[in-house]
Design a protein around this ligand. Structure first.
Ligand SMILES: [Zn+2]
Length: 145
């Protein structure tokens, strides 16, 4: 009797796992290796700021090489980071946070002061880390300071 039940039970567990993991988990979609550290940072900061993230709209996060001024874009639920411009840890982090700000947090641009959601990323990338915690509170809690 036990032998007959086993295969059916395996199938149920298998389908159940697929069903419950649908869409919500960040490990369900593709993130380029070069961007994983910054993506993990985004998840950590969201957690620190008590924000629950929903990645169900996002398909993948990739790198591109493009000779333009553009650091990144979010198009059709796909984030592209231009590693020709976003060519160090700081710029990758800031541009990925910016695009996730658009595509996951649904934030518009914000140009009243230094912010991840500035239309143009400041040339001196390290400036962003001087006000990092305030910026995180702003994007994840909607607080302006
Ligand atoms: Zn933008």
């Amino acid at each position: 009797m036990e032998q007959l039940w086993r295969p059916a039970l395996d199938k149920i567990i298998f389908f159940f796992l697929i069903f419950v993991s649908c869409g919500k988990h960040p490990d369900q979609f593709f993130v380029d290796e070069k961007l994983k550290f910054a993506f993990q940072e985004f998840i950590n900061e969201a957690k620190n700021n008590g924000k629950e993230l929903d990645f169900s709209k996002l398909k993948k996060i990739i790198t591109i090489k493009e000779n333009s001024k553009i650091l990144g874009r979010c198009l059709n639920n796909e984030i592209q980071i231009n590693i020709t411009q976003a060519n160090d840890q700081c710029r990758i982090t800031v541009s990925l946070f910016h695009e996730l700000g658009h595509c996951v947090l649904f934030l518009p641009h914000f140009d009243e002061g230094l912010d991840i959601m500035n239309t143009k990323i400041n040339e001196s990338c390290v400036f962003y880390f001087l006000e990092w915690n305030q910026m995180m509170a702003r994007i994840f809690k909607g607080k302006s300071q």
